[in-house]
Design a protein around this ligand. Structure first.
Ligand code: GDP
Ligand code: MG
Length: 450
C-alpha cells in the first residue's frame, strides 16, 4: 500500500480554498512527522516548521493550486533552501556545488569527521573529480598515524583516482607530515593537496585539538566535514562539535545510497551553517555527486515529486465530472458506468505505471512496483467486463446473477470468477466512497493498485 502519510496529505488538500491557521496546522503536523521519521533532530524540526508557517501564512494560493499543494510547495522550497547553498543575496545558488580552489596553489583541502564516516574514500573521490573534471594535479596525504592500515588505504585509493600520494610515517606528528606534504606540493607544482585525517570513534578532546592544530598550520581553503547519512540523530552532536572546533566550509554527506531518508542533511546543515557540497552514493571511487538540495528535500519528506503527482491527478480528472460523481455517491447512485469512467480516467493519466513512476522509490517498492504491468492488464480487463454488460446491468449491478454472469464472462472472454471479482471490488469501492463522501481518487488508486 502507499504510505498513509501520502493519502492523509492528499485528503488534507481537498476542499479548502485558502491557507488558514487551521489547515496549516494540520498539514504541518504531517510535515513534522515526516521530518522526525527522516531522523532530523527535534530542535531543527521545530525551527524549520516555525519558518515554514510564517512563509505559508503570508502566501496567496494562486490559480489551480489547493492550499495543500501550495503548502507542500512552500515546505519543499524551504527545505531545499535550508539545505542548499545560498548566494550573497540569500537566494539559492544556481548550478552544482563545487570545491573552492581560488587561492595561490596548492589549494589545501582538510578532511574532518568521525572514524568510518568516509573521509578516506571521499578524499579519493574528490581527487578523482579534481583530476578528471577540473584537470588538476592532486596530491593526497594521510594524517592518520594511529592506524598504518589507514595510510595504506589512502595510497591504494589515491592510485585509483589518478592522483599522487605523499608517504607518511606512523612515528611522525600529523602536523609535521602535513607540512612536509605541503612543501612537496609547492615544490612540485601541485594544484591541490587533500589532507586526510585520523578517525575518531566519538568526539575526543585530544583528537579535536589535533585537527585544530592541522587547520592552523595548513590554513586550508576548504575544511570539509564528512558525515554518514545513516547516522541520523547522532549527526547533530558530531556536527556541533566539529563546527565549534573548525571553521567548516562545506559538508560531504556519505552513504546516501543506503536506505536512510537523509534527514541528517538538514540537521547538519542547520547546526554548522556550512553548505552540503557533495553526496557519497557508493563505495566506489566514482560514487560522488554534487549535492542536489531540491531532490534531497523530496527524499527527506518521503514524497518524491509529490507536487507533480498531484498536478497530474488534477489534470487527468475532469472537475465537473468529479463533482457529479461525488453527488452520485451521496445519493447512492454510483454505478458500474461510473466505475468504468473512473478506470478510464486513470488510463487517461497514463495508467498506474505512469503515476507510480512519480512516487519515491521507497513507496514504489512498498506498492510492489514490479506488479504494475499486471495491475494495468487487470484494469483493462475490468473495463472490458463492464463493457459487455447491458446498460441496465451497469446501473443496477444487483441484477447480475449466475446466468447474466456467464453471459458477461463469455462476452468479455474471461472466467466467471473474474466477473465475481469485479463485482466484489465494485461493492468495496462503493462502500469506501460512501465513507469518504466522494472524491478520494488517491485511495481509489491504492485500492486498484493493490
Ligand atoms: P574514514 O574512517 O572516515 O576514513 O572512512 P572510510 O573512507 O574508510 O569509509 C568507511 C567505510 O564506509 C568503508 O567501508 C567505505 O567503503 C564506506 N563508504 C564510504 N563512503 C561511502 C558511500 O558513499 N557509500 C557507501 N555505500 N559506502 C561508503
Ligand atoms: Mg580513514
Amino acid at each position: 500500500a502507499l504510505s498513509d502519510r501520502l493519502s492523509r496529505l492528499v485528503k488534507t488538500m481537498r476542499g479548502q480554498a485558502r491557507i488558514t491557521e487551521d489547515n496549516v496546522a494540520e498539514m504541518l503536523r504531517e510535515v513534522r512527522m515526516a521530518l522526525l521519521e527522516a531522523d532530523v533532530a527535534l530542535p531543527v524540526v521545530r525551527d524549520f516548521i516555525a519558518r515554514v508557517k510564517l512563509k505559508a501564512l503570508g502566501q496567496d494560493v494562486v490559480g489551480s493550486l489547493t492550499p495543500g499543494q501550495a503548502l507542500v510547495g512552500v515546505v519543499h522550497k524551504e527545505l531545499a533552501r535550508t539545505m542548499g547553498e545560498l548566494d550573497a543575496n540569500g537566494e539559492p545558488k544556481a548550478g552544482p556545488s563545487e570545491l573552492n580552489l581560488a587561492t595561490q596553489p596548492p589549494a589545501v583541502i582538510l578532511m574532518a569527521g568521525l572514524q568510518g564516516a568516509g573521509k578516506t574514500t571521499t578524499t579519493a573521490k574528490l581527487a578523482k573529480h579534481l583530476v578528471e573534471k577540473r584537470k588538476k594535479k592532486v596530491l593526497t596525504v594521510s594524517g592518520d598515524v594511529y592506524r598504518p592500515a589507514a595510510i595504506e588505504q589512502l595510497k591504494t585509493v589515491t592510485a585509483q583516482a589518478g592522483a599522487e600520494w605523499f608517504p607518511s610515517q606512523p612515528s611522525d606528528q600529523p602536523v609535521d607530515i602535513a607540512l612536509a606534504a605541503l612543501d612537496h606540493a609547492k615544490r612540485h607544482y601541485f594544484d591541490v593537496l587533500i589532507v586526510d585525517t585520523a578517525g575518531r570513534l566519538a568526539i575526543d578532546e585530544a583528537l579535536m585539538a589535533e585537527i585544530r592544530a592541522l587547520h592552523a598550520a595548513l590554513k586550508p581553503i576548504e575544511t570539509l566535514f564528512v558525515v554518514d547519512a545513516m547516522q541520523g540523530q547522532d549527526a547533530v552532536n558530531t556536527a556541533q562539535a566539529f563546527g565549534a572546533a573548525l571553521p567548516l566550509s562545506g559538508i560531504v554527506l556519505t552513504k546516501l545510497d543506503g536506505d536512510s531518508r537523509g534527514g541528517a542533511a538538514l540537521s547538519v546543515r542547520s547546526v554548522t551553517g556550512a553548505p552540503i557540497k557533495f553526496a557519497g552514493v557508493s563505495e566506489k571511487i566514482d560514487g560522488l555527486e554534487a549535492f542536489d538540495a531540491e531532490r534531497h528535500a523530496g527524499r527527506v519528506l518521503g514524497m518524491g515529486d509529490i507536487l507533480a503527482l498531484v498536478e497530474e491527478v488534477q489534470k487527468g480528472v475532469d472537475l465537473a465530472q468529479a463533482q457529479k460523481l461525488a453527488e452520485k455517491v451521496k445519493t447512492g447512485g454510483f454505478d458500474l458506468n461510473d466505475y468504468a469512467d473512473q478506470l478510464l480516467q486513470m488510463r487517461k493519466m497514463g495508467g498506474l505505471g505512469a503515476l507510480m513512476d512519480k512516487l519515491p522509490a521507497q513507496l514504489q517498492a512498498q506498492a510492489g512496483g514490479a506488479d504494475m504491468d499486471r495491475a494495468e492488464r487487470e484494469m483493462r480487463r475490468m473495463v472490458g467486463i463492464i463493457h459487455s454488460m447491458t446498460a441496465l446491468e451497469r446501473r443496477k449491478p444487483e441484477l447480475i446473477k449466475a446466468s447474466r454472469k456467464r453471459r458477461i464472462a463469455t462476452g468479455a472472454g474471461v472466467q466467471v470468477q473474474e466477473v465475481n471479482r469485479l463485482l466484489n471490488q465494485f461493492d468495496q469501492m462503493q462502500g469506501m466512497m460512501k465513507k469518504m463522501k466522494g472524491g478520494g481518487l488517491m485511495k481509489m488508486m491504492k485500492r486498484m493498485g493493490g
